[in-house]
Design a binder for this molecule. Structure first.
Ligand code: LLP
Length: 432
């Protein structure tokens, strides 16, 4: 019935997460509220770290893609699980450092890092900067020279692979704002520039083909393309690229019917493909990195809302309005994402009513799910939207001056707040 093992139904017929009763959580902490299960998150971290151990002799590192859900507590968890972090802005770097994350395990991505962000990264001794374009390469070289440092860089490559996912989250194809294209010769030209650039050390390559991908083949194909490019670099320049970052993108369950790739099912063929290519091209087996975000946190959280108006429009549809919406979950309005929705206080009852779940913003598109089956609900019921752990809070906004919800973490049935609910005062704190 559920999209994650961290969910269950107790003897009261209430939905539980990590053993905690979601209806009690809603009563105690208010709604909307996002609730994560820490043990489930840690299990995912360990599965990824373990799969590199098992299939790749531990010769790699798992980076948590912090953009999926960035906060101090997630950085602490990733640190404790011996992972690195994929960071994509000054704000994410700041959050990581504030959480005590070692700077050398931060990998800085982005297609348009500002000079201030690059300076900040260099000053703090960030591990790797993933260069996106030639202008950025020269800015990094200049800044590193000015400050007497050497920047360890990767180059982001578009491997020319079209992963079958939503258009806005596909990034491997030539028409993408991210990285250097292989087909046009742009990538090789910039490798040569990077090898000559002062105060810059080209240590690796990076690719990321997209997000919420269910097939293993595009990942294997990307690894093969990248290894071929490493071989081409060696034969054209003599340089040996020692690190290969393969990005993230592993799909998760939003719906019970979905079948994501298991962590092992990914790492085994990808490891084999890399080792085979290394032997074929006479290259050392590279240190690899993977960057899961969604698959660490996505399925391990639920958002709880209180039902307000239930508006039945005869022969049209029934709108069930909730006390949150696109401000805490903009994924439906952006990508028409699928979600499983259920009534947390009637979780043992059949989901036999078709409704449209609507947010509270002044925006007709502010919906969480259209024509979805849930239990019969009425004002005051608690609605749970499942798999809201990735790209929900991190993409939340204050549209209509709606405060962002609180975020809670459950561990062994104990609940704690990890991000406080915003207040009305927070809505005006930067206004002058
Ligand atoms: N590495 C890089 C360079 C990335 O750009 C991303 C995601 C990841 C890793 C992590 O991908 P994941 O494992 O989470 O799929 N807001 C969209 C997703 C955007 C993904 C951005 N990049 C959504 O809500 O579906």
């Amino acid at each position: 019935m559920f999209v994650s093992d961290c969910l269950d139904v107790n003897e009261k017929g209430h939905l539980t997460i990590g053993g905690a009763d979601t209806v009690e959580i809603a009563a105690q902490y208010g709604t909307p509220v996002i609730v994560y299960d820490e043990n489930a998150i840690r299990r995912n971290c360990r599965a990824f770290v373990g799969s590199i151990g098992e299939y790749y002799g531990g010769n790699g590192r798992v980076l948590y893609a912090n953009k999926a859900f960035s906060c101090l507590e997630m950085c602490r968890i990733a640190k404790e699980e011996d992972m690195g972090l994929d960071v994509v802005s000054g704000g994410e770097i700041y959050t990581a450092l504030k959480a005590g994350f070692p700077a050398e395990k931060l990998y800085f991505h982005g297609n348009n890092k500002s000079v201030d962000e690059l300076k900040y990264a260099l000053e703090n001794g960030i591990g790797r900067i993933v260069v996106d374009n030639p202008e950025e390469l020269s800015v990094i070289s200049e800044l590193a020279k000015e400050s007497g440092r050497t920047a360890n860089i990767y180059m982001r490559i578009k491997p020319g692979i079209d992963a079958h996912t939503h258009n806005f989250i596909r990034t491997g194809q030539i028409d993408s704002k991210f990285g250097f294209a292989l087909e046009t010769g742009e990538a090789m030209a910039c490798v040569k520039l990077a090898l000559k650039a002062e105060n810059v050390n080209l240590v690796g390559l990076h690719c990321h083909i997209g997000s919420q991908i269910f097939d293993v083949d595009p990942f294997v194909h990307a690894a093969q393309v990248m290894m071929k490019f490493i071989a081409d670099i060696k034969s054209e320049t003599g340089a040996v690229i020692a690190e290969l970052d393969l990005g993230g993108g592993f799909g998760i369950k939003y719906l019970e019917s979905e079948e994501p790739v298991g962590f092992d099912a990914y790492m085994q063929p990808v490891s084999e493909a890399i080792k085979k290519a290394a032997a074929e091209y006479d290259l050392p087996v590279p240190f690899i990195l993977i960057e899961p975000g969604r698959s660490i946190a996505g399925a391990e959280a639920v958002t709880l809302y209180t039902v307000g108006a239930v508006k039945e429009i005869p022969n049209v549809r029934t709108y069930v309005s909730i006390d949150g919406g696109m401000t805490d979950n903009p994924r439906y309005i952006l990508y028409q994402s699928s979600y499983t929705v259920l009534c947390a206080n009637k979780a043992d009852k059949p989901r036999d009513t078709v409704v449209t779940v609507a947010g509270k913003c002044c925006e007709s598109g502010d919906l969480i799910q259209e024509n979805t089956k849930i239990q019969q609900v009425e004002r005051g019921d608690i609605l749970a939207v499942l798999s809201t752990g990735a790209y929900n809070y991190s993409m939340a906004s204050n549209y209509n001056r709606v405060p962002r919800p609180a975020v809670l973490m459950v561990k062994d049935g104990e609940v704690r707040t990890i991000i406080k609910r915003e207040t009305y005062e927070d809505m005006v704190k930067n206004d002058i």
